[in-house]
Design a protein around this ligand. Structure first.
Ligand SMILES: Nc1nc2c(ncn2[C@@H]2O[C@H](COP(=O)(O)OP(=O)(O)O)[C@@H](O)[C@H]2O)c(=O)[nH]1
Ligand SMILES: [Mg+2]
Length: 257
């Protein structure tokens, strides 16, 4: 059995949103407090990671062999790999038990729908029932400068929350690249009228009607996410994310850098 006090942080988001880089920052953050941190990589297709993975799905599943063995291209092989992960999850958790960290940082595949809707996402959600855990969903700063993309990605975020059923924090990555838009985007996350106005400038016709209808539903259900801007490159805003994480999985214990 896993130690009862394992705390896990799972990082999800669209391809290229900054999951792997943030996973490396979370590790550095908790390690600097003296905690024992392990990284688990669940992305079978990644070639290089910005951290050393302690437990890695690539040790069990090899995309190139799957392509050869089943005569698949890279996309087909990735889908197959994400299904094969299901059979390896017990083994991965056994490795986690052996490593026995205080914090486990879980990095997920680029293709968010493969992770969330195939075997690995729901399994992870279920398998960590007793643990303290949080999910960080990344809004890619380069994408959500567009209000239509913001609404669409907010919908993906809620869809992931539906599948994982975990306390979820929302971060806006790449704030260093979108300095002029950060304030607006943060405003959209708390002020649906501002977002509706931005949508009316960007879209029209069917697209406007649909995005406004989705926005209204998110607002009615209180599902417009409050997002924290961060940069994985300059470190800006990370301290705010650590404070939110601490409230979620450390019951507010002060973790000092
Ligand atoms: N400027 C900037 N680049 C970032 C940030 N986060 C990630 N990146 C870059 O975006 C690319 C994708 O990041 P990665 O962590 O691999 O994304 P993943 O596919 O979600 O794991 C890499 O080149 C990162 O260096 C950020 O906050 N600011
Ligand atoms: Mg990655």
């Amino acid at each position: 059995m896993r130690g009862a006090d394992l705390k896990s942080v799972i990082v999800v988001g669209t391809a290229g949103s900054g999951k792997s880089l943030l996973a490396s920052k979370i590790r550095e953050h908790y390690a600097s407090t003296g905690a024992y941190v392990a990284n688990l990589n669940l992305d079978p297709g990644v070639e290089e990671l910005p951290y050393e993975s302690d437990i890695d799905v690539r040790d069990h599943i090899d995309i190139v062999s799957i392509m050869k063995q089943y005569g698949l291209g890279p996309n087909g092989a990735l889908i197959m790999a994400n299904d094969l992960i299901a059979a390896k999850l017990d083994e991965l958790w056994r490795q986690v038990d052996t490593v026995n960290p205080d914090y486990l940082v879980i990095d997920t595949p680029g293709q968010i729908e493969l992770f969330a809707h195939r075997a690995s996402g729901p399994f992870i959600a279920e398998s960590a029932v007793a643990d303290e855990k949080a999910c960080i969903f990344l809004f890619d700063g380069m994408l959500v400068q567009s209000p239509t993309n913001f609404v669409s990605i907010a919908l993906i975020a809620e869809s992931i929350r539906l599948k994982l059923g975990m306390p979820t924090l929302y971060a806006l990555t790449k704030s260093d690249l979108i300095a002029d838009s950060v304030e607006n985007i943060v405003k959209w996350s708390s002020d649906d009228a501002a977002l509706a106005a931005a949508l009316s400038h960007e879209s029209n016709g069917e697209s406007f009607e649909l995005s406004t209808a989705i926005l209204r539903s998110l607002k009615a259900a209180n599902l417009l996410p409050a997002i924290t801007p961060i940069s994985n490159v300059t470190g800006a805003g990370l301290v705010n994310l650590w404070a939110e994480l601490s409230r979620t999985i450390d019951q507010g214990e002060e973790i000092v850098d």
